[in-house]
Design a protein around this ligand. Structure first.
Ligand code: IDP
Ligand code: MG
Length: 134
């Protein structure tokens, strides 16, 4: 598999609950490289662009409100198969179903407060890196 770049973001609950160091550590231990990293708010424009595929779904408005509610850590991460590697480290979307040892399985609280976002394809990664890092 080729070297890829992906976009990943520690959501407001992950920052608030003190999981930044642990998550960055897991990425580095998995052989991934942190290329860019910023602690800051998500703007409403960034939130809508990132979650455009979910517009109109019942949870969409809550998701936008949540992800803009407090500081996040925005990252570009690279490495061999980085897109799927980050998704594996994250675990399933619903923390109740995420395996122990995954970030969501270990730290996730609910569908909204599920700690982390990660691009789901190389196409999404390219788009999301553009949204968050210009
Ligand atoms: P992902 O974050 O694992 O890629 P997506 O299906 O892309 O999952 O959904 C984006 C985010 O929207 C999820 O991380 C979660 O916070 C929220 N979400 C997804 N589905 C639901 C739902 O059915 N109820 C509430 N929130 C949801
Ligand atoms: Mg997704």
């Amino acid at each position: 598999m080729a070297i890829q770049k992906t976009y990943t973001m520690i959501k407001p609950d992950g920052v608030r609950n003190g999981h930044i160091g642990e998550i960055v550590n897991r990425f580095e231990r998995a052989g991934l490289t942190i290329e860019q990293m910023r602690l800051e708010m998500v703007t409403p424009e960034q939130a809508k662009a990132n979650y455009a595929e979910h517009e109109g779904k019942p949870f969409y408005e809550g998701l936008i409100a949540y992800v803009t509610s407090g500081p996040v850590v925005k990252m570009v991460v690279s490495g061999e198969g980085a897109v799927s590697k980050v998704r594996s480290l994250m675990g399933s979307t619903n923390p109740a179903e995420a395996a122990p040892g995954t970030i969501r399985g270990d730290f996730g609280l609910s569908m909204d407060e599920n700690v982390i976002h990660g691009s789901d394809s190389t196409e999404s990664a390219e788009r999301e890196i553009g949204v968050f890092f210009g």
